[in-house]
Design a protein around this ligand. Structure first.
Ligand SMILES: C=C(O[C@@H]1C=C(C(=O)O)C=C[C@H]1O)C(=O)O
Length: 407
């Protein structure tokens, strides 16, 4: 439960520098920090945890008002290398209200010390971002990726799966003077309707991204929401999304995700949900097919719906496949690299308002290494997939986050 206390905070620093200094405070003391900007919001928010150990948890968060307030950062697949994180909110800073800061009881007790440390921080040009201890993942060449797609299609033809989402990583050098906070700002400007994030945690590393996909959220109006987002084409200059035409392959790929979500509701014996779509939506320079699902929690006596749906949904067939387990087994055997936190999920839980949580699928993202970035992208495969087109689709998806790697 959120027990954050608001305190007035007026350091003699421009607002942007307050944010930078709070990040520096976390990083220089080996603590995790998350920054995010909600879709269509004006200002970013920050969550900082004082205790590193408290951030490592085994379970997905509960989307209920009684759960702790913080920021969830979950891997695609939970392993020793990629532990699930939940950053308890000890300090919460919203750039919409820069003259106050919200603190947990633990942080309130240490306020004089924290203020002192904050004031004593040197002007840091270069921030010491946390780096993963894992080596850079294997990257697939075009030929290798097309082979992976061909083997996915063969598995579908053989009947062991209906859909599988293959993916790959690429390594790109960081431009001279790359600053992740500046890059985070640039992502906010470029992608106003994305969920933009920058998460840095000891042992886990630093991730930046701008995702279009909601996994599970409970909004201020007590509505549980999720979406099926699948089917991709480039947004051509001058084109109106509503006029897009879709190939049979995209419609099918999308329908499998929508059906999966309906089945999750069915498993919970929930019949009262709204389903709208599919509609064409823009995400950066791409178009996707999207179906929105909503459950009005005031009308359905189901207090654990958010938690239960989250556990059933992840990973959805937008990033895994159908049926789920055979698709995940296929990926483990054939994909040939560690997705780590790509295609996992992330977002604030009960933060800042109790009862409001917003989790997104970690797509269009990169991981920061000391002198390079690792970028990730995937594509949904069906029986009609063509390897060259799927390669091209990953190239397009990579461009979203690659936009911040210019000189
Ligand atoms: C897997 C990714 O995106 C997902 C796959 C899509 C598709 O196959 O059409 C579309 C949107 C996302 O749900 C990615 O961006 O890496």
């Amino acid at each position: 439960m959120s027990s954050l206390q608001r305190i007035s905070w007026k350091p003699d620093l421009p607002v942007k520098d307050r944010l930078r200094r709070l990040v520096a405070l976390a990083l220089t003391s080996g603590r995790p920090v998350a920054l995010w900007r909600l879709p269509n919001a004006m200002h970013p928010r920050l969550c900082l945890s004082l205790k590193v150990d408290a951030a490592f948890v085994g379970l997905p968060p509960a989307l209920e008002p009684t759960a702790p307030a913080g920021f969830a950062f979950f891997p695609f697949r939970d392993t020793d290398h990629n532990p699930p994180l939940f950053l308890p909110a000890d300090l919460f800073f919203d750039l919409a209200t820069p003259e106050e800061i919200q603190v947990s009881p633990a942080a309130a007790a240490r306020l004089p010390e924290l203020r002192q440390r904050f004031a004593a921080l040197p002007e840091t040009e270069v921030l010491p971002w946390h780096m993963s201890r894992q080596p850079a993942p294997t990257t697939a060449s075009r030929e290798e990726y097309e082979e992976l797609v061909a083997s996915g299609v063969a598995a579908i033809e053989a009947g062991s799966v209906y859909k599988v989402v293959s993916s790959r990583a690429v390594r790109r050098p960081l431009p001279a003077g790359f600053d992740a906070l500046v890059a985070f700002e640039e992502l906010q400007e470029r992608y106003p309707n994305a969920f933009v994030s920058l998460v840095s945690a000891p042992g886990v590393g630093t991730w930046l991204g701008a995702t279009p996909e909601v996994l599970a959220e409970i909004t201020e109006d007590h509505v549980f929401r999720t979406m099926a987002l699948a089917g991709t084409q480039p947004l051509m200059p001058g084109m109106k999304p509503a006029t897009a035409r879709w190939a049979h392959k995209d419609l099918e790929e999308h329908a499998m995700v929508a059906r999966y979500i309906v089945n999750c509701f069915k498993q919970l014996r929930l019949r009262e949900y709204d389903e709208r779509g599919p509609r064409t939506v823009a995400a950066g320079q791409l178009l996707h097919l999207r179906t929105d699902f909503a459950v009005h929690l005031d009308q359905v006596p189901f207090p654990t719906l958010g938690t239960d749906m989250l556990r059933l949904l992840h990973p959805t067939p937008a990033v895994g496949g159908v049926p789920k387990q055979p698709a995940l087994d296929f990926l483990r055997r054939h994909e040939g690299y560690d997705r780590a936190y790509y295609a996992g999920f992330l977002g604030p839980v009960n933060l800042p308002e109790t009862g409001v949580s917003r989790l997104f699928v970690n797509l269009r993202c990169l991981q920061l290494h000391p002198s390079e970035a690792i970028l990730y992208a995937g594509t949904g495969l069906t029986i009609d997939s063509e390897p060259a087109r799927e390669w091209q689709e990953t190239e397009l998806k990579l461009r979203t986050v690659a936009a911040i790697l210019h000189e």
